[in-house]
Design a protein around this ligand. Structure first.
Ligand code: HQG
Length: 179
């Protein structure tokens, strides 16, 4: 079983295209595992996938992208579906980080961080994670530091993604500096 491919397929289904899999996300993005498996089994390459494989996939992944609880599974972040996924609001650490390609810097410093194609802006708890996120699109990404505590005190909402990923609706430019 190629667990990395399975993880990518699930991220696509649970973040972006549940209807292609005849799935309905609930308000927090959960779907019943039984329904997901029924849908995956229609594809030849996934006809033997079991619930056990989903647990193994999560355990083997270098990032915590998916979560299983009481017979359901969800993507923890990254959604682009039109139905807004409700995330748990949480007080952030004093600083958060964001890695981005050089070419986006001027625009971000002018208008802040906006979610673009996803539902939320994605922020990293540590510099190393931000670096990895930025490197997806630029060998020498820019690292931004977000004054999350100040933003939180000013009423900006932050949400929990996983241990390393935080979400926000929009981060205004006054809280952003080049790290
Ligand atoms: C940029 C992956 C211009 C922003 C990653 C980013 C992450 C602006 C891009 C997760 C802007 C959106 C999300 C502005 C933001 N002007 N550009 N005003 N505001 N941007 O992919 O944060 O591996 O939607 O800097 O690791 O790169 O898939 O967000 O470059 O955790 O699990 O617009 O996805 O996780 O790109 O990545 P994305 P992201 P997985």
């Amino acid at each position: 079983m190629d667990y990395q491919k399975l993880s990518k397929e699930l991220s696509y289904a649970l973040r972006h295209a549940p209807h292609e899999y005849e799935l309905e996300l609930d308000e927090q993005g959960w779907v019943p595992i039984k329904q997901l498996l029924l849908s995956l089994h229609e594809q030849r390459k996934w006809r033997a996938v079991t619930e056990e494989d989903l647990h193994t996939m999560i355990a083997l992944s270098e990032k915590k992208r998916h979560e299983i609880n009481q017979g359901k599974i969800r993507a923890l972040y990254g959604h682009s579906v039109t139905q807004k996924i409700q995330k748990e609001e949480k007080e952030p650490p004093a600083h958060l980080f964001h890695g981005t390609p050089q070419r986006f810097l001027d625009s971000i410093l002018a208008s802040g961080l906006v979610p673009k194609g996803r539902q939320y802006v994605h922020l990293s708890e540590d510099v190393q994670t931000a670096q990895q996120v930025g490197k997806r699109r630029d060998d020498h990404p820019v690292l931004l530091r977000i004054d999350a505590r100040q933003a939180w005190q000013d009423g900006v909402k932050f949400y929990h993604g996983n241990e390393l990923v935080w979400l926000a609706d929009h981060v205004q430019k006054e809280y952003i500096s080049v790290y």
